[in-house]
Design a protein around this ligand. Sequence first.
Ligand SMILES: Cc1cc2nc3c(=O)[nH]c(=O)nc-3n(C[C@H](O)[C@H](O)[C@H](O)COP(=O)(O)OP(=O)(O)OC[C@H]3O[C@@H](n4cnc5c(N)ncnc54)[C@H](O)[C@@H]3O)c2cc1C
Length: 389
Amino acid sequence: MSTAEVASAAAEWLARHAPAHEPPGPPPLTPFEPMSAEAERDLVTRGRRWQAHKAAHGWAAPSLPAELGGRDGGRAADVAFWDAESRHHLPTHLFEVTTRMVLPTLVHWAPEKTADITRLVRGEDLWCQLFSEPGCGSDLAAIRTRAVRRDDGRWVVDGQKVWTSWAHLADRGYLLARTGGGHAGLTAFAIDMAAPGVEVRPIVQATGAATFNEVFLDGVVLPPEAVIGPPGAGWKVALTTLMNERLAVGPDQIPFAALRDEAGARGSLADPDIAAALGAVRARRRIVEQLRRGMLRAVSEGADPGPEGSVAKLCLADGVRAAAEAARAILGADLGTESPLSRFALSWPGIKNAGGTDEIQKSIVADRVLGLPRERERREEDHRARRRR
Ligand SMILES: Cc1cc2nc3c(=O)[nH]c(=O)nc-3n(C[C@H](O)[C@H](O)[C@H](O)COP(=O)(O)OP(=O)(O)OC[C@H]3O[C@@H](n4cnc5c(N)ncnc54)[C@H](O)[C@@H]3O)c2cc1C
């Protein structure tokens, strides 16, 4: 099937199957909408049900072979399906780390873990990503959480992670830990979030939501088969994840329609400042749409997701910033009231920084897309130039 054929089959299937799974109410403008514990549990249950329903019909991960719940469609089929799925209001966002980051990583680095892959695809396991630590977000080489191999082949993990989205709801954790020195001293593991020694503490955000957490790991014992990829290959395993994370960049996080509707309801569309702010948002949303189309085309031609994804991530961050500015202009003195748009305006830095800051994306674009001298070489050259003066 070509990508266009997958997209059209997906749209047709979704038109028939999505409505029964759509949660009540409009889609949230920000992933940081405050929710009661009960509402969160309900969203997880709905997400699992939707994931299982897709798996039963071969749509949970169309790239996978049929025996794992897919339809042998290649990576482009996954992205084409996500695009079609994003036109509906479905309970998917808690599962994005699971299906868009952990799944392609397992398929690439641990294809023998068919039981883990199958549980994930069917929505039986919700995963979280345990990479960032206090003092180590951008620079994963600085990871300090340690995994030490015992004589019986088991690993013992000690350390702390932070900003772990949905860890308080997750069944499994995808952990990056230090098993030696330098880049070759990182190893990726799958951990059970209910294992003795795992403690999850929520972090409350400005909107009142607590979507991410601190995770403390105290003598957590892992079996030898918990390793994802070869021991010491954690850096490369993590790169596969991060490249796939960029592939998930799309225009939906730039809420143009909600801004336009709010401005219309307030009779502000003729205000030239607000019209200009809306124009800036619309233009940036279009740019992200086009970049996403380009990424999809490259993947459908067989390319792996590459550093070009960082260009899309940068443009997304710029679009989210522009949308927050427009929200502030439209809301005026109502900014700070209890409304979805107000909460979006509060939460935009989180949306912008999740998945890597602008500075880091710019360095990736400079080094790996534009081929400029690497950051360390640039610093050394600056240093030599200063000494010459
Ligand atoms: C909403 C949200 C959800 C998240 N979910 C997860 C999750 O589920 N799992 C997980 O592991 N992590 C998660 N994160 C963490 C996220 O990946 C990090 O916040 C991000 O990588 C930045 O790391 P940091 O916060 O430690 O900032 P730092 O790395 O400390 O950076 C601080 C500042 O210094 C700048 N900086 C750092 N290094 C350089 C450099 N070399 N050159 C130029 N500037 C630099 C950065 O751009 C930034 O402005 C989440 C973050 C957010 C906001």
